[in-house]
Ligand binder design. Structure first.
Ligand SMILES: Cc1ncc(COP(=O)(O)O)c(C=O)c1O
Length: 461
């Protein structure tokens, strides 16, 4: 009888089966119910250029999500491909237990782009790992900065998303994503996010009262500041339904953190590298964080790479006399030379073309046009730069549009040639936000196409 390995030679499965068959038989997709998947198989994308992707049947779609909030400079940038090929030929790999040029150069480039004093870079492979790293740094730093205290708690917000690994998931304020894996890591606390449309503190009055920010102070005081290491926030909550920090919110967070000796971590995995109309999301405010996390737009997803950037003050806490003050963490692939080369080429494009400016201009235009659609279902259109959410409701009481209708709408957009996202699994009963996060090279014509398709799908008929 042939062993399973002999079959590989006799019958190469990959030749006999289509990609779709192999996918349905062997691939395990996250966030997808596989039962019945044959009837609604995932889109098989085979090529892409600029703002468009092409599927295996040759259909072209305007990618309103830049993949997954990440292909910021658009698809098909030869410059990045060449930089990676050159790097791979010269040095395919070396770990950062020692050093190599691409990582050093990228760390230096990031430090140039960030405010002075915020330039100590630890490389990872993904956003989740960048966030894990931030939590570990914050806990160790807090203990070393405040000897005798036990600062380990992290305050995060409901609706925020910080990743799929256990620590990052513990910070994620989306119960639907967490439930199957609980209990998670102890020490993570959640407060309400800024959500002027539904805010239980101030949605009935004009303007934001920032009580949601003050909730963070209340939690720190109630828990005891000597137990709290850090606060984490996205400058604009992205996948959780697009909630931009209101004016003054990040400043309030900074002041609260300073008052209690708590570190401020800003998760810029989505908002970094031009997405919100500035190079970094925190630039919309007058503050800077103690720790920053990046991924996605860092390489525009040409290769995987994440980064955790600490302030010099945080870094200094790891340089005490004793060896145990060092940060003990090793990543085999984090800061891979090819990924760093991709990031350097990507940042060169992003800064040469000043794509955050296009993000600001086209984002404002798109927001205005989408707000102008007369529709019984559009409750609120909100966003910053090219990160836009459309909260859909079924009546004047803001009842969220039901799940089946949301799914149907996504299908209608796709049929019309536009790929949009949605806040899947982020809040029970409130997965009713359509999300747009296209490549930052979006043109006015692309924006008009998006508005025309949205009007067709959502407009009053
Ligand atoms: C704000 C934020 N943080 C962290 C992550 C996790 O990143 P990754 O999927 O690269 O692990 C994401 C992913 O969408 C994110 O949006």
């Amino acid at each position: 009888m042939a062993t399973f390995r002999e079959n590989i030679v006799i019958m190469p499965q990959t030749v006999a089966c289509s990609n779709r068959d192999l996918d349905l038989k062997h691939l395990w997709h996250g966030n997808l119910q596989h039962r019945g998947l044959e009837l609604r198989p995932p889109l098989e994308v085979t090529s892409a250029d600029g703002c468009y992707v092409v599927d295996s049947e040759g259909r072209r779609y305007l990618d309103g999500m830049a993949g997954l909030f990440c292909v910021n400079v658009g698809y098909g940038r030869r410059e990045i491909v060449d930089a990676v090929a050159t790097q791979m030929s010269q040095l395919a790999y070396y770990p950062l237990t020692q050093s190599h040029g691409p990582a050093a150069q990228l760390a230096g480039r990031l430090a140039e782009l960030l405010p002075p004093g915020l330039g100590r870079v630890f490389f990872t492979n993904s956003g989740s790992e960048a966030v894990e790293t931030a939590f570990k740094m914050a806990r160790q730093c807090a203990r070393q900065m405040h000897p005798g205290e036990n600062r380990y708690k992290i305050v995060a917000r409901h609706r925020g998303y910080h990743g799929f690994t256990m620590g990052a998931l513990s910070a994620t304020g989306q119960s639907v994503r967490r439930a199957a894996f609980e209990p998670l890591v102890p020490g993570f606390l959640h407060v309400p996010p800024p959500d002027p449309y539904r805010c239980s503190f101030c949605c009935k009055q004009p303007g934001c009262s920032l009580v949601c920010a003050d909730e963070i102070e209340r939690v720190i005081r109630m828990e005891g500041p000597e137990t709290v290491a850090a606060v984490i926030a996205e400058p604009v909550i992205g996948g959780g339904g697009v909630f931009p920090a209101p004016d003054g919110y990040l400043e309030r967070l900074r002041a609260i953190c300073d008052r209690y000796g708590v570190l401020l971590i800003l998760d810029e995995v989505i908002t970094g590298f031009g997405r919100t109309g500035k190079l970094f999301g925190f630039e919309h405010s007058g503050i800077r964080p103690d720790i920053l996390t990046f991924a996605k737009g860092l390489t525009s997803a040409y290769l995987p790479l994440g980064a955790t950037v600490a302030s010099e003050q945080v870094f200094a806490a790891f340089q005490e006399e004793s060896d145990s003050s060092k940060f003990v963490q090793v990543s085999t692939f984090g800061g891979h030379p090819s990924s760093c080369a991709a990031a350097l080429a990507n940042i060169e494009i992003l800064t040469r073309e000043r794509l955050w400016e296009n993000s600001a201009t086209l984002g404002a235009y798109l927001l205005e046009q989408l707000r102008g659609i007369r529709s019984p279902w559009i409750g609120e259109v909100r966003g910053r730069g090219l990160l836009i959410g459309m909260e859909l409701v079924s009546d004047e009481n803001k009842t969220p549009l039901p799940e089946p209708r949301m799914v149907q709408l996504l299908g209608e957009f796709r049929e019309a040639g536009l790929l949009v996202g949605r806040n899947v699994g982020s809040a029970p009963g409130y997965c009713n936000v359509l999300i747009l996060s296209p490549p930052l090279i979006l043109s006015r014509e692309h924006a008009d196409t998006i508005v025309a398709i949205a009007t067709q799908a959502l407009g009053r008929r």
